[in-house]
Each structure stands twice: as C-alpha cells, then as structure tokens.
Design a protein around this ligand. Structure first.
Ligand SMILES: Nc1nc2c(ncn2[C@@H]2O[C@H](COP(=O)(O)OP(=O)(O)OP(=O)(O)O)[C@@H](O)[C@H]2O)c(=O)[nH]1
Ligand SMILES: [Mg+2]
Length: 208
C-alpha cells in the first residue's frame, strides 16, 4: 500500500523546506539553502472518527527557484494533495501561486485534488505585505483551504499538514477509495508496515 503523497510548492525562499523540516523532524533551519528537491517521510497517527489510523506520508519539498523546470511536471501528477506556500512578507510570492496553481491543474488528472494555501512567516507581522483576507480570497478562487502559519515559531505547522491530510482522506473516502496515482488508504484499510519507512532525507533539515 502506498503512502499519501503531499507536494509542497511555492516561490523560492517562502519557507517550504523550513516547514517540511519543522513538521517531519521538529527542527528549525535559519540559513537559506535553496532546495533542488528533497523528500521526507513521516507516519501520522490520525483520529479519523472511526478510531486512530497510522497514515504513512511522503512529503516532496520542491525547488522554488526552478519554476520552469520540465522535471516538475513529471512528479506533479503524482501528488495526492498540494501545499501552496507564499510568504506574508512578499507580494510576489503570493502572485506566484497563480501560475503554480494553473500548472497543477494542467498536469493533474484530478481537477479537485486537495490543496491548502499557506501564508508562511506570520511571525513577521511588521513586514506584512499580504493581508490575511487576500490569502483567503486566493484560496477561495482555488477552491482550497487557507491558513497562516509560522515555521519559525512552529505555529500552525502540524495543523496545516493535518488539515490537508484530512481533506485528502475524506475526498478519497467520498470517491470510494484509491483515486489518483499516489493512492491513499481506503476506509478500514491498515497501512502496510513497510510503508511506515524510517525518515529518509537527502540534505534537508541540516542545521548549517
Ligand atoms: N521569520 C521567518 N523566517 C522563515 C520562516 N520560514 C522560513 N523562514 C526563513 O526563510 C528562508 C527561506 O526558507 P526555506 O525554507 O529555505 O525556503 P524555501 O521555500 O524552501 O526556498 P527554496 O528551496 O529556494 O524554494 C530561510 O532563511 C528560513 O530560515 C518563518 O516562518 N518565519
Ligand atoms: Mg527549499
């Protein structure tokens, strides 16, 4: 049985790696080290209403600085859900989500694939350039959910991943299970032990 695959996208420097590290390793990375591509795994214990379930996750942390890479389109269709991240301090990163969103719709076979718009760096209120209402509007336009979080202060990070995960699991249950290339667990199924692999990382989360 395959893991639920989450893809983290957004412009360079918005904090995709920081929030992926925060969520999977519990670490904070201050230094900016542009990503090529990193992958993390984590098994989450989730109360689904019908008891606790162990859900294996695969998190793909993408390169924000390589927007037009043809490589992107080769993995984007495999996502069960997308985190679309901008920084509340940088309007350009907010604008950048439009083309990323279009690219997902172009490449993904499911136009209703779950997405969550994230305004990161909410600790930098004095430098705010994007209002919460704008984030909300964008999410509404994408038919996505919205949250502001701070990877630095570890505020809203777990909630963000779990919100997306829950919408993937409920969308999948509604569709009768198994939709999409990545495949998610159907109701009543147990994750295979092999899927709950130990955390795998390339160079991510290094405290440099
Ligand atoms: N103040 C603040 N800084 C943050 C936050 N999240 C990330 N940063 C900082 O922003 C910089 C960029 O973070 P990264 O996580 O490397 O950004 P990225 O989106 O992965 O960038 P690419 O890999 O180039 O696409 C780093 O210096 C982080 O420490 C946050 O919530 N608050
Ligand atoms: Mg990165």
């Amino acid at each position: 049985m395959s893991a639920v695959k989450l893809i983290v996208m957004g412009a360079g420097g918005v904090g995709k790696s920081a929030l992926s590290c925060r969520y999977t390793q519990g670490t904070w990375v201050e230094k900016y080290d542009p990503t090529i591509e990193d992958q993390y795994t984590k098994t989450v214990e989730l109360d689904t209403g019908s008891g606790m379930r162990a859900v294996p996750l695969e998190i793909l942390d993408t390169a924000g600085q390589d927007e037009y890479s043809p490589l992107r389109e080769t993995f984007m269709h495999t996502g069960d859900g997308f985190l679309l991240v901008y920084s509340i301090t940088d309007d350009d990163t907010y604008e950048a989500l439009e083309s990323i969103h279009q690219q997902i719709l172009r490449v993904h076979q499911n136009p209703a694939v779950p997405m969550l718009v994230i305004g990161n760096k909410s600790d930098l209120e004095d430098d705010r350039a994007v209002q919460s209402s704008e984030g909300q509007q964008l999410a509404k336009k994408f038919n996505a959910q919205f949250m502001e979080i701070s990877a630095k202060k570890n505020e809203g990070v777990n909630e963000a991943f779990e919100t997306l995960l829950r919408s993937i699991l409920s969308a999948d249950a509604g569709a009768g299970g198994g939709g999409g290339d990545g495949g998610v667990l159907g109701a009543g199924q147990q994750p295979a032990a092999a899927a709950a692999a130990p955390t795998k990382k390339k160079k991510g989360c290094a405290i440099l």
